[in-house]
Design a protein. Structure first.
Length: 76
């Protein structure tokens, strides 16, 4: 499962903000749109294995919670 946002021509890996991916973010690996024989994909976009709907929803909830915390910190 991946979760990508494109805003002002910039790509953001929304699941890449999870703590287990912070090392990759700190290294500043850019994401690029690439095409190969399997199709189009985003190089550098994190991918998380989920086994059911509940695991997918938990990932989305965790990302939403992190964004709410970040917005709260930015208001002060």
């Amino acid at each position: 499962m991946s979760y990508l946002e494109i805003y002002n021509e910039t790509m953001f890996d929304l699941l890449g903000t999870l703590p287990d991916n912070w090392t990759q973010l700190q290294e500043g690996q850019p994401m690029t749109i690439t095409e190969n024989e399997d199709g189009i994909y985003v190089k550098g976009l994190s991918c998380h294995l989920v086994h059911n709907e509940e695991e997918a929803l938990n990932l989305l909830f965790e990302v939403t919670h992190l964004f709410i915390e970040r917005i709260g910190r930015n208001k002060t």
